[in-house]
Design a protein around this ligand. Structure first.
Ligand code: SAH
Ligand code: DHB
Ligand code: MG
Length: 231
């Protein structure tokens, strides 16, 4: 990495620390969630505190009563999101790895969110099909969907999000920059291809109005896409 790039990264980190201290300080439950995630050797790919706070503010603005998350890890983003729910709200989060779900279960219980949240374990595509079947009578149960799992399946997750939402629902797709590779139509990386396919779907689907934003900070260079289901 060039010296200039290192210097930029130091600046991004300093500004992220400043914003986080000022506006998005994690409390004891969030801090303990990261500590236990670390102790269990989970990868450090959770949202940052200021990104978590953004998700929470979006869910609050949305008046979300039902939230779907795809990709739980240790439940860090789950805690930020579930705290946006009213007392009778519900968040369902989908996780492939039982050992991640186990850590998340402890973290959510410590945060006092075990009654509001449900972790379902398995391949998200199967769990989504089951959710779709459960809600066949009432096919629009979620006000807010956060997609943050295996990037190769992103287009399928957006399709499912469309089936499981209503006009006015919000869909957030994490990690859309892929180190800049997202612009390359010939890239063969499954995560790049999946992310491009998901963005294409957001762009052309008549039921969606979408945008994408690049971010820098303690997680480096990345970004997210936001799509609203049209009225
Ligand atoms: N949302 C979390 C981070 C999620 S990391 C946070 O910000 O705190 C991505 C997670 O998706 C990992 O835990 C990984 O095990 C899970 N995952 C990967 N492939 C999956 C699949 N096919 N179905 C469900 N979960 C999957
Ligand atoms: C990765 C996954 C994420 O959800 C994220 O926010 C950052 C990185 C990854 O798989 O590398
Ligand atoms: Mg992510």
């Amino acid at each position: 990495m060039s010296q200039q790039h290192q210097q930029h990264r130091q600046e991004w980190n300093a500004v992220d620390d400043y914003f986080t201290d000022l506006l998005a300080q994690p409390d004891d439950a969030l801090t303990a969630a990261l500590r236990d995630s670390e102790a269990a050797d989970l990868p450090h790919i959770n949202v940052t505190p200021n990104q978590g706070k953004l998700l929470q503010l979006l869910a609050l603005t949305q008046g979300a009563r039902r939230i779907l998350e795809i990709g739980t890890l240790g439940g860090y983003s789950t805690i930020w999101l579930a705290r946006a729910l009213p007392a009778d709200g519900r968040l369902i989060t989908l996780e492939y790895k039982p050992e991640h779900a186990e850590v998340a279960r402890g973290n959510l219980a410590r945060a006092g969110l075990d009654k509001l949240t449900e972790i379902r374990v398995g391949p998200a595509l199967e769990l989504l099909a089951a959710l779709g079947a459960e809600h066949a009578e009432n096919p629009a149960p979620f006000d807010f969907v956060f997609i943050d799992a295996d990037k190769a399946n992103n287009p399928h997750y957006v399709e499912w999000a469309l089936k499981l939402t209503r006009p006015g629902s919000l869909i957030v797709l994490d990690n859309v920059v892929r180190g800049g590779a997202v612009t390359d139509p010939d890239d063969t990386d499954p995560g790049v291809r999946g992310t491009r396919a998901a963005l294409d779907l957001m762009a052309r689907h008549p039921k969606l109005s979408a945008t994408a934003v690049q971010t820098v900070g303690t997680k480096g260079y990345d970004g997210f896409a936001l799509a609203r289901v049209r009225d």
